[in-house]
Design a protein. Structure first.
Lengths: 78, 352
């Protein structure tokens, strides 16, 4: 298991989803990806994308204008 | 397993826009036991999400991506593909021309089906699904334009249009028995009633507004700003930031060699603040007010005019003097005291 970070700030949906999708393609099951975003739409879109693709969202944190979403690759979708 | 084997599960990739038609077309094929995955293309001109995310007044609206939402409702995967770069040639030089605005709908459909066909080949899928309905759209969804899409995309008879399949020659998935033609549909024309009825039959109660309003290129005001951009640059080349900025703010061109973009509300101001390093920018300091970006080569007297224009849109519009700060791309700043322009001093022709 390894941890990875993705800066998806200042880009608007669906680009944060696309960047997340592309980043996950290079990861292994069990890897953790932390995505930092500023588009409020990511709170809905990245978890939806994760659910339909079988990844698990471990945590979503909103701090002022930044949204941090932690995903476990191919984790059991919640 | 041979694809002709009786127990082979065929695989289809479906173009999911987030609207009702592609949802129904996909559902019709899923229900026949086909393994379907969705594909959605991001061109940069998609209305989806962006303006809602930018404008504060729209932030109460659901901020979901409808294509993702549809995929989840259908229980399928969705692949969102960034086609910003290859799509440029479709917008800049459409072989079949533009529609009422700068919408190259026929070229666009051929391009997207072509991209889906590439994906199909890379992923060993068997056919493509679209939600097209014959006669629904004046440019791209006509009996005489369907074969153009099939030919120019390269998909040929791998392209299945479940909602109007019975009006068309049988495609390979129908001939192979991967889908039962009798269970497909014969919708045609602009009426939405058959789709509404089918949605009810499928138990689909919630869906986004029908497609067509999903692309900024179909919007007259947006097309006018894009046309101005091209004309003043002397080229149709563009970057993603260019087309994003056309979605926000008031755009005025007081002189041929520069344009001013003035935010209309807090959300736009915040969004435009991200561009301060790439543009000379102005904002009032003596009064509350918007942010302005200057696109072009503004000289000193142009900046004076831009400051007066911005002051007009500030809370100091009725004041005798407003202080405007100017930030340059090299990091230098400068302050101007200006008299706000009167409404009648701003010709309509300046508004793009």
């Amino acid at each position: 298991m390894s941890e990875h970070h993705l800066d998806a700030r200042r880009i608007l949906c669906p680009l944060p989803v696309i960047r997340t999708q592309n980043a996950v393609q290079d990861l292994q099951p069990g890897d953790i990806l932390t995505v930092v975003c500023t588009d409020p739409g990511t709170v809905s879109d990245i978890p939806t994308w994760s659910r339909i693709n079988g990844h698990k969202v471990l945590n979503i944190n909103k701090d002022n204008d930044e949204i941090t979403i932690v995903i476990e690759v191919n984790g059991v979708a919640s | 397993m041979p694809k002709t084997d009786a127990i082979y599960t065929p695989k289809a990739v479906s173009l999911i826009s987030g609207g009702l038609d592609s949802m129904l077309a996909t559902k019709a094929v899923i229900d026949q036991g086909v393994h379907v995955e969705g594909i959605n293309f991001f061109t940069g001109f998609c209305v989806e999400g962006h303006t809602h995310a930018i404008r504060k007044k729209d932030q109460a609206k659901p901020k979901r991506n409808n294509a993702l939402w549809v995929a989840e409702q259908l229980g399928i995967k969705l692949h969102i593909i960034d086609v910003i770069e290859p799509y440029k040639k479709v917008v800049m030089n459409p072989k079949h021309g533009y529609g009422a605005n700068l919408n190259p709908c026929l070229d666009c459909k051929g391009f997207m089906v072509g991209k889906a066909y590439e994906w199909l080949q890379q992923n060993d899928f068997d056919f493509i699904i679209t939600g097209e309905v014959m006669g629904q759209r004046p440019m791209s969804q006509r009996r005489d334009t369907f074969p153009i899409i099939e030919r120019e995309s390269g998909a040929k008879d791998l392209l299945l249009r479940p909602l109007c399949a019975k009006k068309l020659p049988a495609t390979l998935p129908e001939r192979e028995g991967w889908v039962d033609r009798d269970k497909l549909y014969d919708f045609h024309g602009r009426s939405r009633k058959p789709q509404m009825a089918l949605a009810a039959q499928f138990g689909i109660e919630e869906y986004a507004q029908p497609a067509g309003g999903c692309c900024f290129l179909t919007d007259a005001a947006y097309s006018s700003k894009l046309s101005d951009l091209w004309q003043n640059r002397g080229s149709k080349e563009y970057e993603l930031d260019d087309i994003m900025l056309l979605k926000v703010g008031r755009h005025l061109r007081p002189r041929e060699h520069f344009k001013i973009i003035i935010s209309r509300e807090e959300g736009e101001t915040k969004f435009m603040q991200g561009y301060r390093k790439e543009f000379t920018h102005l904002y009032p300091t003596s009064h509350g007010g918007p942010l302005a970006l200057i696109d072009g080569d503004a000289k000193e007297d142009d900046l004076q005019l831009a400051a007066q224009l911005l002051a007009r849109y500030s809370q100091g519009r009725d004041a005798s003097e407003v202080t405007i700060n100017i930030g340059f791309m090299n990091g230098e700043t400068k302050s101007l005291q200006v008299k706000p322009l009167l409404k009648e001093e701003i010709p309509d022709a300046w508004y793009l």
